[in-house]
Ligand binder design. Sequence first.
Ligand code: NAD
Length: 344
Amino acid sequence: MKILVTGGAGFIGSAVVRQAIADGHEIVNVDALTYAASLSNVASVEAEAGYVFEHVDICDAVAIQKVFDTHRPDAVMHLAAESHVDRSIDGPKAFLETNIMGTFTLLQAAMSYWEGQGKPEGFRFHHVSTDEVYGTLGAEGQFTETTSYAPNSPYSASKAASDHLVRAWGETYGLPFVLTNCSNNYGPYHFPEKLIPVVILNALAGKEIPIYGKGENVRDWLYVEDHAVALLKVLSDGENARTYNIGGENEATNLDLVHMVCAILDELRPKDAAYVEQIKFVTDRPGHDLRYAIDASRIIDELDWRPSVTLEQGLRKTVKWYLANEAWWKPLQEVAEERRGTKA
Ligand code: NAD
Protein backbone atom coordinates (compact mmCIF):
# COMPACT_ATOMS: atom_id res chain seq x y z
CA MET A 1 0.00 0.00 0.00
CA LYS A 2 0.95 3.63 -0.38
CA ILE A 3 0.08 5.11 3.02
CA LEU A 4 -0.22 8.81 3.81
CA VAL A 5 0.92 9.06 7.45
CA THR A 6 0.32 12.36 9.27
CA GLY A 7 2.59 13.13 12.23
CA GLY A 8 5.24 10.72 10.96
CA ALA A 9 8.08 12.75 12.49
CA GLY A 10 6.60 12.35 15.99
CA PHE A 11 6.97 9.55 18.49
CA ILE A 12 4.35 6.99 17.40
CA GLY A 13 4.09 8.20 13.80
CA SER A 14 7.80 7.62 13.22
CA ALA A 15 7.51 4.08 14.65
CA VAL A 16 4.67 3.47 12.18
CA VAL A 17 6.75 4.88 9.31
CA ARG A 18 9.77 2.71 10.17
CA GLN A 19 7.61 -0.43 10.57
CA ALA A 20 5.60 0.23 7.39
CA ILE A 21 8.74 0.69 5.29
CA ALA A 22 10.17 -2.54 6.78
CA ASP A 23 6.90 -4.27 5.79
CA GLY A 24 7.29 -3.09 2.18
CA HIS A 25 4.72 -0.26 2.13
CA GLU A 26 5.30 3.13 0.51
CA ILE A 27 5.01 6.13 2.83
CA VAL A 28 4.10 9.78 2.35
CA ASN A 29 5.02 11.37 5.66
CA VAL A 30 3.09 14.62 6.24
CA ASP A 31 4.28 16.63 9.22
CA ALA A 32 4.31 20.31 10.20
CA LEU A 33 7.47 19.73 12.30
CA THR A 34 6.25 21.25 15.56
CA TYR A 35 8.43 21.27 18.69
CA ALA A 36 7.49 17.58 19.19
CA ALA A 37 8.83 16.42 15.82
CA SER A 38 12.27 15.30 14.84
CA LEU A 39 13.22 14.17 11.35
CA SER A 40 16.02 12.15 12.92
CA ASN A 41 13.24 9.77 14.09
CA VAL A 42 12.89 8.66 10.46
CA ALA A 43 16.52 9.07 9.36
CA SER A 44 16.84 5.28 9.01
CA VAL A 45 14.26 5.23 6.18
CA GLU A 46 14.65 8.60 4.46
CA ALA A 47 16.84 7.17 1.67
CA GLU A 48 14.32 4.41 0.87
CA ALA A 49 12.74 4.64 -2.60
CA GLY A 50 9.24 4.27 -1.13
CA TYR A 51 9.59 7.15 1.35
CA VAL A 52 8.60 10.79 0.75
CA PHE A 53 8.42 13.64 3.27
CA GLU A 54 5.97 16.55 2.90
CA HIS A 55 6.45 19.51 5.25
CA VAL A 56 2.77 20.44 5.48
CA ASP A 57 0.38 21.56 8.22
CA ILE A 58 -2.84 19.49 8.24
CA CYS A 59 -4.79 22.70 8.87
CA ASP A 60 -3.68 24.03 5.44
CA ALA A 61 -6.50 22.82 3.18
CA VAL A 62 -4.85 23.77 -0.12
CA ALA A 63 -1.53 22.15 0.72
CA ILE A 64 -3.18 18.99 2.05
CA GLN A 65 -5.34 18.58 -1.04
CA LYS A 66 -2.22 18.92 -3.16
CA VAL A 67 -0.53 16.14 -1.18
CA PHE A 68 -3.45 13.79 -1.94
CA ASP A 69 -3.58 14.74 -5.62
CA THR A 70 0.19 14.42 -6.07
CA HIS A 71 0.77 11.16 -4.23
CA ARG A 72 -2.57 9.31 -4.63
CA PRO A 73 -2.41 7.21 -1.45
CA ASP A 74 -4.33 3.95 -0.86
CA ALA A 75 -4.93 4.82 2.79
CA VAL A 76 -4.44 7.49 5.45
CA MET A 77 -3.08 6.92 8.94
CA HIS A 78 -3.78 10.09 10.89
CA LEU A 79 -1.50 10.60 13.88
CA ALA A 80 -0.65 14.32 13.67
CA ALA A 81 -1.82 15.98 16.86
CA GLU A 82 -0.88 18.14 19.78
CA SER A 83 -0.34 15.30 22.25
CA HIS A 84 0.86 16.51 25.66
CA VAL A 85 -1.88 16.78 28.32
CA ASP A 86 0.04 19.30 30.47
CA ARG A 87 0.49 21.62 27.48
CA SER A 88 -3.26 21.35 26.76
CA ILE A 89 -3.93 22.67 30.28
CA ASP A 90 -1.50 25.59 29.79
CA GLY A 91 -2.82 26.47 26.31
CA PRO A 92 -5.75 24.54 24.82
CA LYS A 93 -6.10 26.57 21.59
CA ALA A 94 -3.46 24.75 19.57
CA PHE A 95 -5.09 21.45 20.58
CA LEU A 96 -8.46 22.51 19.22
CA GLU A 97 -6.87 23.89 16.05
CA THR A 98 -4.79 20.84 15.13
CA ASN A 99 -6.75 18.01 16.70
CA ILE A 100 -10.23 19.18 15.71
CA MET A 101 -9.90 21.61 12.78
CA GLY A 102 -6.85 19.79 11.42
CA THR A 103 -8.76 16.49 11.44
CA PHE A 104 -11.71 18.21 9.77
CA THR A 105 -9.44 19.64 7.07
CA LEU A 106 -7.80 16.28 6.49
CA LEU A 107 -11.19 14.54 6.29
CA GLN A 108 -12.42 17.03 3.69
CA ALA A 109 -9.31 16.52 1.57
CA ALA A 110 -9.53 12.73 1.93
CA MET A 111 -13.23 12.81 0.96
CA SER A 112 -12.62 14.94 -2.11
CA TYR A 113 -9.74 12.68 -3.21
CA TRP A 114 -11.69 9.45 -2.49
CA GLU A 115 -14.72 10.70 -4.45
CA GLY A 116 -12.47 11.78 -7.30
CA GLN A 117 -11.04 8.26 -7.45
CA GLY A 118 -14.54 6.76 -7.82
CA LYS A 119 -14.94 5.89 -4.11
CA PRO A 120 -12.70 2.80 -3.96
CA GLU A 121 -13.96 0.41 -1.25
CA GLY A 122 -10.47 -0.53 -0.14
CA PHE A 123 -9.59 3.05 0.86
CA ARG A 124 -9.23 3.59 4.63
CA PHE A 125 -9.04 6.67 6.82
CA HIS A 126 -7.44 5.38 10.02
CA HIS A 127 -7.70 7.76 12.95
CA VAL A 128 -5.27 7.07 15.79
CA SER A 129 -6.77 8.11 19.10
CA THR A 130 -6.42 7.62 22.81
CA ASP A 131 -8.10 5.73 25.65
CA GLU A 132 -8.28 9.11 27.43
CA VAL A 133 -11.51 9.84 25.51
CA TYR A 134 -13.23 7.38 27.89
CA GLY A 135 -12.39 9.43 30.98
CA THR A 136 -11.24 7.79 34.19
CA LEU A 137 -11.79 4.43 35.91
CA GLY A 138 -11.97 3.52 39.58
CA ALA A 139 -10.02 0.57 40.97
CA GLU A 140 -11.98 -1.95 38.88
CA GLY A 141 -13.02 -2.42 35.24
CA GLN A 142 -11.56 -1.75 31.80
CA PHE A 143 -12.43 0.42 28.81
CA THR A 144 -14.10 -1.47 25.97
CA GLU A 145 -14.99 -0.18 22.51
CA THR A 146 -18.54 0.55 23.77
CA THR A 147 -17.52 2.57 26.85
CA SER A 148 -19.15 6.02 26.76
CA TYR A 149 -16.94 8.99 26.00
CA ALA A 150 -16.23 11.22 29.02
CA PRO A 151 -13.02 13.15 28.32
CA ASN A 152 -11.65 15.23 31.19
CA SER A 153 -8.73 17.26 29.80
CA PRO A 154 -8.60 19.75 26.91
CA TYR A 155 -6.38 17.20 25.11
CA SER A 156 -8.77 14.27 25.53
CA ALA A 157 -11.79 16.45 24.69
CA SER A 158 -10.10 17.46 21.42
CA LYS A 159 -9.32 13.82 20.60
CA ALA A 160 -12.90 12.79 21.43
CA ALA A 161 -14.15 15.51 19.06
CA SER A 162 -11.89 14.26 16.27
CA ASP A 163 -13.06 10.65 16.82
CA HIS A 164 -16.65 11.86 16.44
CA LEU A 165 -15.81 13.76 13.26
CA VAL A 166 -14.24 10.68 11.67
CA ARG A 167 -17.22 8.51 12.60
CA ALA A 168 -19.64 11.17 11.28
CA TRP A 169 -17.78 11.43 7.94
CA GLY A 170 -18.15 7.64 7.67
CA GLU A 171 -21.85 7.62 8.54
CA THR A 172 -22.83 10.72 6.58
CA TYR A 173 -20.60 10.58 3.51
CA GLY A 174 -19.64 6.90 3.48
CA LEU A 175 -15.88 7.54 3.88
CA PRO A 176 -14.34 4.16 4.84
CA PHE A 177 -12.67 4.48 8.25
CA VAL A 178 -11.25 2.64 11.24
CA LEU A 179 -10.59 4.06 14.70
CA THR A 180 -8.07 2.91 17.27
CA ASN A 181 -7.93 4.03 20.90
CA CYS A 182 -4.73 3.09 22.64
CA SER A 183 -3.20 3.34 26.08
CA ASN A 184 0.00 5.17 27.06
CA ASN A 185 2.89 4.44 24.71
CA TYR A 186 6.55 4.32 25.67
CA GLY A 187 9.80 3.38 23.95
CA PRO A 188 12.59 4.86 21.79
CA TYR A 189 12.25 8.43 20.39
CA HIS A 190 9.77 9.47 23.13
CA PHE A 191 9.94 13.26 23.48
CA PRO A 192 11.70 14.15 26.75
CA GLU A 193 8.70 15.97 28.26
CA LYS A 194 6.80 12.69 28.80
CA LEU A 195 6.98 10.71 32.07
CA ILE A 196 9.31 7.82 31.22
CA PRO A 197 12.02 9.87 29.42
CA VAL A 198 11.80 12.52 32.18
CA VAL A 199 12.43 9.81 34.78
CA ILE A 200 15.38 8.33 32.88
CA LEU A 201 17.02 11.64 32.00
CA ASN A 202 16.50 13.31 35.39
CA ALA A 203 17.82 10.20 37.11
CA LEU A 204 20.96 10.20 34.95
CA ALA A 205 21.50 13.94 35.51
CA GLY A 206 21.25 13.55 39.30
CA LYS A 207 18.10 15.73 39.35
CA GLU A 208 14.84 15.21 41.23
CA ILE A 209 12.49 12.67 39.62
CA PRO A 210 9.06 14.37 39.80
CA ILE A 211 5.94 12.25 40.44
CA TYR A 212 2.48 13.83 40.45
CA GLY A 213 0.51 13.52 43.71
CA LYS A 214 1.27 10.25 45.46
CA GLY A 215 2.08 8.33 42.29
CA GLU A 216 -1.14 6.33 42.55
CA ASN A 217 -2.38 6.98 39.00
CA VAL A 218 -2.55 3.76 36.98
CA ARG A 219 -1.76 3.53 33.27
CA ASP A 220 -1.62 0.55 30.91
CA TRP A 221 1.78 0.84 29.18
CA LEU A 222 2.08 -0.09 25.49
CA TYR A 223 5.50 -0.48 23.84
CA VAL A 224 5.50 1.83 20.82
CA GLU A 225 6.84 -0.76 18.37
CA ASP A 226 4.06 -3.20 19.38
CA HIS A 227 1.61 -0.37 18.81
CA ALA A 228 2.98 0.31 15.32
CA VAL A 229 2.47 -3.37 14.40
CA ALA A 230 -1.08 -3.24 15.78
CA LEU A 231 -1.92 -0.08 13.82
CA LEU A 232 -0.74 -1.56 10.53
CA LYS A 233 -2.73 -4.70 11.27
CA VAL A 234 -5.91 -2.71 11.90
CA LEU A 235 -5.31 -0.74 8.70
CA SER A 236 -4.97 -3.87 6.55
CA ASP A 237 -7.33 -6.32 8.30
CA GLY A 238 -9.69 -4.20 10.42
CA GLU A 239 -13.36 -4.04 9.57
CA ASN A 240 -14.72 -0.83 8.07
CA ALA A 241 -16.33 1.59 10.57
CA ARG A 242 -15.05 -0.36 13.57
CA THR A 243 -13.10 0.75 16.65
CA TYR A 244 -10.26 -1.28 18.11
CA ASN A 245 -8.85 -0.63 21.59
CA ILE A 246 -5.12 -1.30 21.82
CA GLY A 247 -3.43 -1.88 25.18
CA GLY A 248 -0.21 -3.37 26.46
CA GLU A 249 -1.66 -5.71 29.14
CA ASN A 250 0.77 -3.88 31.44
CA GLU A 251 -0.98 -1.90 34.16
CA ALA A 252 1.20 -0.13 36.70
CA THR A 253 0.92 2.79 39.13
CA ASN A 254 3.22 5.67 38.28
CA LEU A 255 5.15 4.97 41.49
CA ASP A 256 5.73 1.30 40.60
CA LEU A 257 6.70 2.31 37.07
CA VAL A 258 9.30 4.80 38.32
CA HIS A 259 10.67 2.19 40.72
CA MET A 260 11.05 -0.24 37.80
CA VAL A 261 12.96 2.32 35.71
CA CYS A 262 15.19 3.16 38.68
CA ALA A 263 15.96 -0.52 39.32
CA ILE A 264 16.99 -0.98 35.66
CA LEU A 265 19.21 2.11 35.88
CA ASP A 266 20.75 0.85 39.15
CA GLU A 267 21.78 -2.24 37.20
CA LEU A 268 22.84 -0.65 33.89
CA ARG A 269 24.37 2.62 35.19
CA PRO A 270 25.16 1.98 38.89
CA LYS A 271 26.18 4.81 41.22
CA ASP A 272 26.68 5.17 44.98
CA ALA A 273 23.05 5.89 45.90
CA ALA A 274 19.94 4.15 44.52
CA TYR A 275 18.12 6.23 41.89
CA VAL A 276 14.81 5.99 43.83
CA GLU A 277 16.30 8.40 46.37
CA GLN A 278 15.87 11.16 43.74
CA ILE A 279 12.05 10.75 43.68
CA LYS A 280 10.16 13.93 44.63
CA PHE A 281 6.35 14.01 44.92
CA VAL A 282 5.01 17.21 43.30
CA THR A 283 1.62 18.95 43.14
CA ASP A 284 -0.80 16.85 41.12
CA ARG A 285 -2.00 17.76 37.61
CA PRO A 286 -5.49 19.35 37.76
CA GLY A 287 -8.21 16.90 36.65
CA HIS A 288 -5.67 14.04 36.70
CA ASP A 289 -7.49 10.84 35.66
CA LEU A 290 -6.91 8.13 38.29
CA ARG A 291 -6.82 4.99 36.19
CA TYR A 292 -6.93 3.87 32.55
CA ALA A 293 -7.16 0.19 31.64
CA ILE A 294 -7.83 -1.31 28.22
CA ASP A 295 -9.77 -4.41 27.32
CA ALA A 296 -7.92 -5.30 24.10
CA SER A 297 -9.79 -8.56 23.49
CA ARG A 298 -11.30 -7.36 20.19
CA ILE A 299 -7.96 -6.78 18.44
CA ILE A 300 -6.51 -9.91 20.08
CA ASP A 301 -9.42 -12.19 19.09
CA GLU A 302 -10.33 -10.71 15.71
CA LEU A 303 -6.96 -9.61 14.34
CA ASP A 304 -4.61 -11.98 16.14
CA TRP A 305 -2.41 -9.22 17.61
CA ARG A 306 -0.78 -9.30 21.05
CA PRO A 307 1.88 -7.17 22.71
CA SER A 308 5.28 -8.84 22.28
CA VAL A 309 6.98 -7.49 25.41
CA THR A 310 6.24 -7.27 29.12
CA LEU A 311 6.60 -3.89 30.82
CA GLU A 312 9.93 -4.96 32.33
CA GLN A 313 11.27 -6.02 28.89
CA GLY A 314 10.01 -2.88 27.16
CA LEU A 315 11.41 -0.59 29.87
CA ARG A 316 14.79 -2.32 29.67
CA LYS A 317 14.92 -1.78 25.88
CA THR A 318 13.84 1.85 26.38
CA VAL A 319 16.43 2.62 29.07
CA LYS A 320 19.17 1.04 26.93
CA TRP A 321 18.06 3.15 23.96
CA TYR A 322 18.25 6.42 25.96
CA LEU A 323 21.66 5.44 27.33
CA ALA A 324 22.92 4.91 23.77
CA ASN A 325 21.26 7.95 22.11
CA GLU A 326 22.21 11.09 24.01
CA ALA A 327 22.78 12.92 20.70
CA TRP A 328 19.06 12.47 19.96
CA TRP A 329 17.60 13.57 23.31
CA LYS A 330 20.04 16.28 24.43
CA PRO A 331 18.77 19.10 22.16
CA LEU A 332 15.11 18.11 22.66
CA GLN A 333 15.49 18.02 26.44
CA GLU A 334 16.25 21.74 26.41
CA VAL A 335 12.93 22.42 24.61
CA ALA A 336 11.06 20.36 27.22
CA GLU A 337 12.82 22.07 30.13
CA GLU A 338 12.15 25.56 28.76
CA ARG A 339 8.41 24.91 28.97
CA ARG A 340 8.60 23.50 32.49
CA GLY A 341 10.72 26.47 33.56
CA THR A 342 13.39 24.08 34.82
CA LYS A 343 16.07 25.04 32.34
CA ALA A 344 19.15 26.03 34.30
P1 NAD B 1 3.90 13.48 19.13
O1 NAD B 1 3.56 14.75 19.82
O2 NAD B 1 5.17 12.78 19.46
O3 NAD B 1 3.90 13.70 17.55
C1 NAD B 1 2.91 14.43 16.89
C2 NAD B 1 3.42 14.77 15.51
O4 NAD B 1 2.38 15.49 14.82
C3 NAD B 1 4.65 15.66 15.50
O5 NAD B 1 5.61 15.16 14.58
C4 NAD B 1 4.14 17.01 15.06
O6 NAD B 1 5.07 17.79 14.33
C5 NAD B 1 2.96 16.60 14.18
N1 NAD B 1 1.95 17.67 14.08
C6 NAD B 1 1.40 18.38 15.11
N2 NAD B 1 0.56 19.29 14.63
C7 NAD B 1 0.55 19.16 13.29
C8 NAD B 1 -0.13 19.80 12.24
N3 NAD B 1 -0.98 20.81 12.48
N4 NAD B 1 0.08 19.39 10.97
C9 NAD B 1 0.95 18.38 10.71
N5 NAD B 1 1.65 17.75 11.66
C10 NAD B 1 1.46 18.14 12.93
O7 NAD B 1 2.64 12.53 19.38
P2 NAD B 1 2.59 10.94 19.57
O8 NAD B 1 2.82 10.63 21.00
O9 NAD B 1 3.44 10.32 18.54
O10 NAD B 1 1.06 10.66 19.25
C11 NAD B 1 0.63 10.37 17.93
C12 NAD B 1 -0.88 10.21 17.94
O11 NAD B 1 -1.24 9.15 18.84
C13 NAD B 1 -1.62 11.44 18.41
O12 NAD B 1 -2.78 11.58 17.62
C14 NAD B 1 -1.99 11.13 19.85
O13 NAD B 1 -3.17 11.79 20.22
C15 NAD B 1 -2.18 9.63 19.78
N6 NAD B 1 -1.93 8.93 21.05
C16 NAD B 1 -0.71 9.01 21.67
C17 NAD B 1 -0.49 8.30 22.84
C18 NAD B 1 0.85 8.31 23.54
O14 NAD B 1 1.01 7.64 24.58
N7 NAD B 1 1.87 9.01 23.04
C19 NAD B 1 -1.50 7.53 23.41
C20 NAD B 1 -2.72 7.48 22.75
C21 NAD B 1 -2.92 8.16 21.57
